[in-house]
Design a protein around this ligand. Sequence first.
Ligand SMILES: *[C@@H]1O[C@H](CO)[C@@H](O)[C@H](O)[C@H]1NC(C)=O
Ligand SMILES: *[C@@H]1O[C@H](CO)[C@@H](O)[C@H](O)[C@H]1NC(C)=O
Ligand SMILES: *[C@@H]1O[C@H](CO)[C@@H](O)[C@H](O)[C@H]1NC(C)=O
Ligand SMILES: *[C@@H]1O[C@H](CO)[C@@H](O)[C@H](O)[C@H]1NC(C)=O
Ligand SMILES: *[C@@H]1O[C@H](CO)[C@@H](O)[C@H](O)[C@H]1NC(C)=O
Ligand SMILES: *[C@@H]1O[C@H](CO)[C@@H](O)[C@H](O)[C@H]1NC(C)=O
Ligand SMILES: *[C@@H]1O[C@H](CO)[C@@H](O)[C@H](O)[C@H]1NC(C)=O
Ligand SMILES: *[C@@H]1O[C@H](CO)[C@@H](O)[C@H](O)[C@H]1NC(C)=O
Ligand SMILES: *[C@@H]1O[C@H](CO)[C@@H](O)[C@H](O)[C@H]1NC(C)=O
Length: 409
Amino acid sequence: MATLLLPLTILSLVAAGIVAGHNVTISLLDSAIAKGAVCLDGIPPAYAYSPGFGDRYDNWHVFLEGGGWCQNVDACLDRARSSNGSSAKLMSTQNGIVSFGGMLDANSTFNPDFYNWHVVKIFYCDGSSFMSDVEDVDPKYNLTYRGARIYDAMMDELLRIGMGNAKNALLSGTSAGGLATTLHCDKFQSLFHNTTRVKCVSDSGFFVHGEHFMGADWREAFFFSVISTHGLANMLPTSRTSKFSSTLCLFPENLVPDIQTPLFLIESAFDSYQISQNVFSPSDTSPRWISCIRNLMFCNWTDIKIMKDFRYTFINTLKSTIENSSSRRGYFVHSCYQHGHMEYKRDSTCSSLVGNGLANKTIAQAVGDWFFDRSEFQEMDMPNDLPRNCTSFDDQPTLEKKCRDYIHH
Ligand SMILES: *[C@@H]1O[C@H](CO)[C@@H](O)[C@H](O)[C@H]1NC(C)=O
Ligand SMILES: *[C@@H]1O[C@H](CO)[C@@H](O)[C@H](O)[C@H]1NC(C)=O
Ligand SMILES: *[C@@H]1O[C@H](CO)[C@@H](O)[C@H](O)[C@H]1NC(C)=O
Ligand SMILES: *[C@@H]1O[C@H](CO)[C@@H](O)[C@H](O)[C@H]1NC(C)=O
Ligand SMILES: *[C@@H]1O[C@H](CO)[C@@H](O)[C@H](O)[C@H]1NC(C)=O
Ligand SMILES: *[C@@H]1O[C@H](CO)[C@@H](O)[C@H](O)[C@H]1NC(C)=O
Ligand SMILES: *[C@@H]1O[C@H](CO)[C@@H](O)[C@H](O)[C@H]1NC(C)=O
Ligand SMILES: *[C@@H]1O[C@H](CO)[C@@H](O)[C@H](O)[C@H]1NC(C)=O
Ligand SMILES: *[C@@H]1O[C@H](CO)[C@@H](O)[C@H](O)[C@H]1NC(C)=O
């Protein structure tokens, strides 16, 4: 699943130019071992912590990394040998350092609402959106399925270093981490006093089932495999499993309505991950389709119709999910062909410059206004029914200058 995404992401970042944030040291959570809260390969999970500073010292932003799921033993074995299933691999490929950009950045020029918060990035090494908790280690392959325990052990550690006193707390995540955010949001909220403002932001985590749109059976079968591989059937919210099969409970359209904590969804109606990988089964993904989704000039009318149908399904599912929700949601749904925003300056704090602003706001401004109750934000790009090409041709200094001017006009 993720093999396609990686090159696309790299492409868009190279084109983006402005990626850099500030460097933060990655640590292993050794105290997790005693709790059995370990990665697929059995070693402790990793996180990176950038302490808050200045007058907002008691604000915390916890970010859950994404990276797809593993849906069978082979895929989980592959993962256990890579940085998304082994923190040892992560440490070596990253040289123990990660860059916090976008809404994790400590620079007030670009990230005025969240720059001086305590920021914690929790790395993803379980392949189950932080949901698995299987006691027995797989005897044949020596794989450990403990994502939920990793999440809990990380929260214990953050409470130990003072998160419980937060005045404001935000749980967020991108992609599989966005789904994890949705799944853990109410649990996160319960860690705090009732005087703490606690909210969640799911970034590109709205994976639609879309039962009437092509590929629904395949999408369902995929989540079914994830659930059986990681033993998730009993880990999903019971309020939902009483209404739907456990497979359907992994689709946010069936999860979001019951969440009590304020939740904001950042999405593209042409989510590049879902359009490139979840529409067809992977075996049907032809090179022709790939070149078409990268450049509409290479698409024929059938392709265009599929994209329009996807958008229709996505938008209607999201709208009906919001309408069915117990509390009000914020959302920002643009039309650029993208997946993942929060960690990148181009795609969150400067997003309007590449064309995905809505209602005259960048994604970061919309989320900031919503988080601090300055204003609600519920916007979708309705006029554009085809993916927009949100590429900037400016060089990095020009783009940064335009962004500064935009934010501080
Ligand atoms: C961050 O680390 C990278 C190498 O990992 C280095 O190239 C870069 O200069 C560092 N950035 C800052 C701001 O120190
Ligand atoms: C299983 O994984 C653990 C943790 O990495 C390791 O200590 C142990 O030696 C492995 N066992 C086998 C049989 O490979
Ligand atoms: C993450 O895991 C998937 C397998 O599920 C793999 O295809 C991908 O290359 C991995 N990414 C990295 C950076 O190792
Ligand atoms: C924030 O970024 C701007 C523009 O790149 C730079 O001039 C400024 O020094 C940075 N501020 C901090 C605190 O790093
Ligand atoms: C918060 O909790 C305290 C005691 O637990 C209770 O007295 C108070 O009414 C609660 N406040 C709100 C706004 O729920
Ligand atoms: C966007 O424009 C660039 C430059 O013209 C092109 O390389 C790219 O393929 C286009 N992307 C899409 C999705 O049309
Ligand atoms: C578009 O291309 C696909 C794949 O080659 C083909 O199946 C379909 O019939 C084409 N549609 C049109 C309208 O040409
Ligand atoms: C919203 O609720 C209606 C009525 O219960 C139901 O038919 C519809 O499927 C729900 N939509 C979603 C996305 O759950
Ligand atoms: C966008 O916002 C800026 C400042 O908030 C304002 O000056 C400008 O007129 C707004 N533009 C539109 C089209 O609303």
